[in-house]
Design a protein around this ligand. Structure first.
Ligand SMILES: [Zn+2]
Length: 436
């Protein structure tokens, strides 16, 4: 398929999407066993049962995709600069940052290193079926430029923003003024380009001064189109240090609230250790949590409490949190979310897990009008899953129901089951190595 000019194309296959949280909307599951997806210039213009719909499009070029087609996955929290330090041994959060991560991020002072890593990172997302992500770069403004340039090349819907961390270690600290002026400049430079969006990104409460947290709030107030992206209540030692530094705050979330950082465009990673008050405040403000189960397990942080979040109506999505996360696969992450939830006797439904990895993440990132559901009017970012990617998966799914197949993909699946990834209706990753 060529770029440019009007193109209309049909994809025939088994279609599955979950546009709303089936926990509240059980009828949100949309499934066509023999479906047709019609894509014009990257946008879904029709979707339905093949036999019913095909007649409306005489002469349509139709590609048959054998496998299960689902919306592209959305990673609601991931660090591109940490990719090369995934699987670093031995510490919990604060020591892991000091020993492994801060040295790795210092290397991004070199723009060429940032460019190379950004490119490899986005290719890795595509290989795992991830088409959109909310991404931590580093403190360096050009780490955002590198990521956005690479995302623009691939036409991917990516959100990011330079890290604010004026209390970070030497060589990795900005200042109140430079943090503000560089963020402002990045927002102006990238606004409206491609499918990109900006997120004001203080690393977490402990790495910014009060004055810088105030600046983050001012940036949000100045730019109502941007998101807020940070970490919240991941690790007990971290929570204790935050309570020490901010004795007047009611809890960790309240620290951010006092600086104007809690609103419906705020995305907080983790939220493993939250008070009921904080959950109620999250729900009331419309802010949400990127749940990162593989990271929480890897760093010994704990298990996210889905029951508590649901009781308060907190919005959630899924994040891999690589490099603390152990896989770029949202399928694998969904499987671990199931195990985290089950540790509290709360079995996560596989359709709900798919929702969290697609439309749920899109809603959290304020892009659910564009992606996440494969609905007419949305952008045609989707993934072709191979339920027989391994001999074991093939046996487990051969005569299984749709729910059992989906669950098996989440428990046994990873990048191996991603047969193809499509961006705006164009094949951007093909396991066979022939992406157009
Ligand atoms: Zn993180």
């Amino acid at each position: 398929m060529t770029k440019g000019g009007m193109t209309i194309h049909g994809f025939r296959g088994e279609l599955l999407s979950v546009s709303r949280d089936p926990h509240h909307h059980p009828d949100a599951i949309r499934y066509e066993p023999d479906g047709l997806l019609v894509v014009e210039d990257g946008i879904v213009v029709a979707r339905g049962d093949y036999m019913t719909l095909a007649g409306r499009f005489p002469g349509l070029a139709i590609e048959h995709l054998p496998g299960l087609i689902v919306p592209g996955f959305i990673d609601a929290h991931v660090h591109y600069a940490q990719m090369d330090h995934i699987a670093s041994h031995g510490e919990q959060l604060l020591d892991w940052l000091d020993r492994h991560i801060f040295p790795a991020e210092k290397a991004f002072a070199d723009r060429a290193h940032a460019d190379r890593t950004a490119s490899l990172f986005l290719d890795e997302l595509l290989r795992n079926g991830t088409t959109s992500a909310l991404v931590f770069p580093t403190v360096h403004a050009h780490s955002v430029d590198a990521l956005f340039d690479a995302a623009l090349d691939r036409n991917m819907r990516i959100l990011s923003g330079k890290i604010l961390m004026d209390m970070g270690p030497e060589g990795l600290a900005d200042t109140v003024d430079s943090g503000r002026s560089e963020s402002d400049a990045l927002i102006r430079r990238w606004r409206g380009r491609g499918r990109l969006g900006y997120a004001v990104t203080p690393r977490f409460a402990l790495t910014s001064s009060d004055a810088q947290l105030q600046v983050a709030g001012a940036l949000l107030a100045d730019h109502p189109d941007v998101l807020l992206h940070t970490h919240l209540a991941e690790n007990l030692r971290e929570c204790a240090a935050v309570a020490d530094r901010f004795p007047a705050a009611q809890d960790y979330l309240d620290v951010y609230d006092r600086f104007g950082l809690v609103g419906d465009r705020s995305v907080f990673a983790h939220g493993v250790h939250l008070s009921d008050r904080a959950c109620a405040r999250l729900a009331q403000s419309g802010a949400g949590i990127a749940v990162c189960p593989s990271s929480n397990l890897f760093l010994g942080s704990g298990f996210f409490d889905f029951g508590q979040a649901d009781a308060h109506g907190v919005r959630i999505g899924l994040g891999t949190d690589v490099g603390a996360g152990t896989s770029f696969s949202l399928l694998h992450t969904a499987g671990l979310a199931y195990q985290a939830a089950l540790s509290r006797h709360d079995p996560l439904d596989p359709f709900r897990a798919l929702y969290l990895a697609t439309a749920g993440g899109a809603a959290l990132l304020h892009m659910d009008d564009r992606v996440g559901g494969l609905e007419p009017g949305q952008e045609a970012d989707f993934v072709l899953l191979d339920c027989a990617a391994t001999p074991l998966l093939a046996r487990r799914t051969e005569h299984a129901t749709l729910a059992d197949r989906l669950f098996a993909l989440q428990i046994l699946g990873d990048d191996r089951v991603i047969a193809r990834t499509y961006i705006l209706g164009q094949c951007a990753w093909d396991r066979q190595g022939t992406a157009s």
